[in-house]
Structure formats: structure tokens, C-alpha cells
Design a protein around this ligand. Sequence first.
Ligand SMILES: N[C@@H](CCC(=O)N[C@@H](CS)C(=O)NCC(=O)O)C(=O)O
Length: 218
Amino acid sequence: MTLRLYGFWRSIASFRVRVALKLKELPFQEIPVDILSGDQFCSDYDAVNAERVVPTLVHGEHRLFQSLAIIEYLDDLKAEPRLLPSDPADRAYARSLALVTVADAHPLVTPRVRNHLIRMLGANAKSVEDWAGHWTIEGLATYERLLDRRPPAPFALGQQVGLADICLAGQIVGARFLKLDLTPFPRVAGLADQCFAMPAFATSHPFEQPGYKTTAAS
Ligand SMILES: N[C@@H](CCC(=O)N[C@@H](CS)C(=O)NCC(=O)O)C(=O)O
């Protein structure tokens, strides 16, 4: 059964699901939803995902949303390679690391939040950029402290790449969009280098997506 991913080239949450699909070697078709032009609010897409965000994964009659839930679904759909560890404490730790960006850092820099800052507070482009930089650095600093306590070996949970690495790599994608200096976060940067050496990560990067290539060319 074909898997269809509604995503957007520069969406960090779409990046997370793209990587998971590729690590699992599950073929999928990606359908772009231009969230910068407001296509997430069109009735066609609202019918797919009432939350009006990307990603959404369509699998048969199922419309799955929220990248973390989608990645867990993929782990249930195809067991290997496992993205969540089977040990309960490790599993909780993997989810905790994932949520540092999924629940805490990334939501603060999404288009809806940036747009609200402009509309409600009259923020200019520079202030919005500074806001995004601040919360992205907060996320990186949190990861650095956590990885100091439990150093990657070589991935966050050990030998097997998984959910935590995917989410942390997404935080790095956001940092690089903003051209942030990663020197204060050597453990995070080192782990991201391990990840982006893998084709599943490298080919899922926003700059490798057809939408970016069209945007860059125009
Ligand atoms: N927690 C959600 C985040 C979904 C989300 O906010 N997606 C962004 C793109 S990364 C979006 O579609 N934003 C549209 C908007 O802010 O209007 C997930 O992990 O899937």
C-alpha cells in the first residue's frame, strides 16, 4: 500500500518523518504543501489534516499526523531497524530527547508563531529572526547538557540510530537555517555529523528537496 507524505521542503517536522521512512526503507510519495504561502489552510488540505500543519502520512484509510506519532507508527508497521529501543527506560529517554525539540523548542519557531509575533506585537523581520535564534539556541543548549550526562556512543542511545537522533538532527537543520554558531555545542554537532553522514539523513535535508531547488532557482 502506497505511503503518501504531505510535507514541505523546509519543514523540520517533515524532515523527521522523511528520515524515518528512509531509515526503514519504506517507499513513499511526497506531496508538497506550501506552508509559507498558506496552503495548509486550504480546504483540500484541511480535509487531510484538521490541525493544518505538516507532516501528514496517509496510509490506506489512515491519516496520521504529529511527527512523533507517525514515527512510532512506522516502528510498529516495520520492526527493523527499530527507531525506539525496547528497554522501557531507554524508550522513555529516547522519547524525552525527541520531545526537547518536538514539544519544547521547535513549536516556538513555526510560521504560525512567527506570523503572530508580526501581527500582534508588530515585530519586524530582525526581531522574528532573533526570537527564532534564541529558542533554537535554548534547544541546542538543552541537548548539549543532556549529551554531557550521557555521551553519544556514537548515537544518542548507543549503536543504533533512532528517534532521538532524528529529532536532534532536525534541531540542527533549524540552527543551520539561522546560520547559528554550533561551536558551543560540540556534542550536539558531533552527533549531527554522524547522522548526516548517513544517506537517509543527508537526502532528507531541506536543501536536497525539489521544493528548495525550485525556490533557489527562482
Ligand atoms: N509537533 C508537530 C509540528 C507540526 C508543525 O508545526 N509543522 C509546521 C512545519 S515544521 C507547520 O506545518 N507549520 C504551519 C504553520 O505554522 O502555520 C509535529 O512534530 O508534527
